[in-house]
Design a protein around this ligand. Structure first.
Ligand SMILES: [Fe+2]
Ligand SMILES: [Fe+2]
Length: 198
């Protein structure tokens, strides 16, 4: 037996309803009555992501300054580029937190604990690359979970998180390429396939 596909009814509000809802609690700015997510939870998740980005800014900066210039000019450039992009993510998250009528938490006290990824200084360039790769992978996992949690309930936050996730995946790919080139043995230890040099 075949079933005809159900027609989806359009659930659009009429103009007077839209106008009335726009006026309701206008002091809440971008947060309108149809905001469907749990705002408190979204703000908490965004603040955790903000802490993660700030820790990543600091870790990449530390590594940038500690890599020997002559040996690792390309690696230094990559660390600085990533650090700047993580700072950009932190700013975008802080901006979204304010749009949702929340307050971004930049308090250095407890920053490392609020962050999903860790601040690890590392003694060698190979360790730095590996540690940054691990941090990116942690960020990828947590952004994916946040996106799944938010679903269709807050499309603007979801789109922001999706754009950051795409960048973190790029970062992880950059780092795994670097790791294969500079430390094929370490790459094997973390089960990364070793590509032919070239
Ligand atoms: Fe980031
Ligand atoms: Fe990243």
């Amino acid at each position: 037996m075949t079933h005809a596909p159900k027609t989806q009814e359009l659930q659009l509000s009429d103009i007077p309803t839209l106008r009335q809802r726009g006026r309701q609690h206008a002091e809440k700015g971008a947060v309108t009555p149809s905001y469907a997510a749990d705002r408190g939870t979204v703000l908490r998740l965004l603040n955790e992501a903000l802490a993660t980005e700030l820790v990543c800014v600091l870790r990449y900066r530390r590594h940038y300054y500690m890599v020997d210039g002559l040996r690792g000019e390309a690696i230094k450039d990559e660390f600085m580029a990533h650090s700047l992009e993580e700072q950009g993510h932190a700013d975008e998250l802080a901006q979204r937190i304010v749009q949702l009528d929340g307050a971004p938490n930049f308090d250095p006290k407890g920053l490392a604990e609020r962050s999903h990824a860790e601040y690890v200084e590392c003694g060698t360039v190979d360790q730095m690359i590996l540690e940054n790769l691990v941090a990116e992978r942690i960020a990828i996992e947590s952004y994916k979970e946040m996106i799944a949690y938010i679903g269709a309930r807050d499309p603007t936050t979801r789109r922001l998180l999706e754009s950051i996730l795409a960048k973190e995946e790029e970062h992880a790919d950059d780092l795994s390429t670097m790791l294969r080139k500079t430390a094929p043995v370490a790459a094997q230890r973390v089960d990364l396939p070793v590509r032919a040099a070239g």
